[in-house]
Design a protein around this ligand. Structure first.
Ligand code: AMP
Ligand code: TRP
Length: 329
């Protein structure tokens, strides 16, 4: 069985975009792959997080992953700080990474160019920690969003460099980016990705823990167009297309099928349909979430996950230290 690993950095609340673009796929992958999923809490603090909020986001993320169907009997689910090998190999990886490489990372370069003042050294070196996160488990695939692809490419370079220097040690992993259609757009501006907005106005973004009435309202007031004709036309009617795509991703009905049903009817009717589909899914997820939050299950899952992950990670770390010449026993 091939191995897959992914990390999530829950600096905010998980969105419907996260669910459709990432989470839902992980749930499917766990049947085909040996899956490792971890909460990248060390990555969260590359910029300041309010402690109580961070704690809540981390716990919510685990609960929501479980609520969405990630199964601790099929996947290893753990918290990054529970496996001490991450920061240790992260430091080691930094010694096999050139500053020139880190300077070229888009995420860092963009912030630098915008003249951001409060950039931490942690943010600068975080691709080295990410390389460690991955290489500790020797996965074949790493499913990531487009913005993370460059970091997986760097991980490959570091792995190859290490292997060439010390003999075969790491599996060189492949990034796995989403297929078409995995980009859910903002309900207020269908030219932008659905994500938590910076201005505090989240009308374009549905959160998995949104109150159902609030979620419904966001869909009913989604921006569409003035063609007054339900059609699948991504170019000219991107708002409608996005709504249909959301419903289709959630209930599995082909997009064309949904578009045909609402042909000749008002946009309001289509929106109501989409809102029903979304609210049904949210209700299902939230019911499980509430159950999980009060069950004590999170502690057990993380404890078992940490044990399984540590076993694999510690073996890799020991091998690395031996090869480098750090161990004298
Ligand atoms: P982020 O929250 O942006 O760090 O993304 C975490 C994961 O969710 C990545 O794998 C993204 O590809 C996915 N994701 C985030 N927003 C969306 C969206 N609007 N549509 C599809 N996938 C998304
Ligand atoms: N850097 C990723 C993000 O910002 C999260 C992450 C950390 C990750 N380590 C990882 C993803 C290892 C995949 C593999 O979303």
């Amino acid at each position: 069985m091939k191995r897959m690993l992914s990390g999530i950095k829950p600096t905010g609340q998980l969105t419907l975009g996260n669910y459709i673009g990432a989470l839902k796929n992980f749930v499917n992958y766990q049947d085909e792959y040996e899956m490792y999923v971890f909460i990248a809490n060390l990555h969260c603090i590359t910029n300041y997080q309010e402690p109580a909020q961070l704690r809540k986001n981390l716990k919510d993320a685990v609960a929501l992953y479980l609520a969405c169907g990630l199964d601790p009997n099929k996947s290893v689910i753990f918290l990054q700080t529970d496996v001490k090998a991450h920061p240790e190999l992260g430091y080691i990886m930094a010694c096999y990474t050139y500053m020139g490489e880190l300077n070229r990372m888009t995420q860092f370069k963009d912030k630098m160019q915008k003249g951001e003042k409060s950039m931490t050294a942690g943010l600068y070196t975080y691709p080295c920690l990410m390389a460690a996160d991955i290489l500790l488990y020797n996965p074949d695939y790493v499913p990531v969003g487009d913005d993370q692809k460059q970091h997986v490419e760097l991980t490959r370079d570091i792995a190859q460099r290490f292997n060439n220097l010390y003999s075969e040690t790491f599996t060189v992993p492949e990034p796995l980016t989403q297929k078409v259609g995995a980009r859910i757009m903002s309900l207020q501006d269908p030219s932008k990705k659905m994500s938590k907005s910076d201005d505090g106005d989240n009308k374009g973004c549905i959160f998995l823990l949104d109150d159902l009435a609030v979620a419904r309202k966001k869909i009913m007031s989604a921006v569409t167009d003035s063609y007054a004709d339900v059609k699948l036309d991504k170019e000219n009617q991107p708002g409608l297309y996005n709504l249909i795509e959301i419903a289709s991703a959630l209930n599995g009905r082909p997009m064309q099928d949904i578009a045909d049903e609402f042909k000749g009817k008002g946009y309001g009717e289509l929106k109501k349909y989409v809102a029903d589909v979304v609210c049904d899914k949210l209700a299902e997820i939230q019911a499980k979430y509430n159950e999980i939050m009060t069950s004590g299950m999170i502690e057990t899952v993380l404890k078992e996950g940490a044990e399984k992950a540590s076993y694999v990670a510690n073996k890799t770390l020991a091998k690395v230290k031996r090869k480098i010449g750090l161990e004298i026993r």
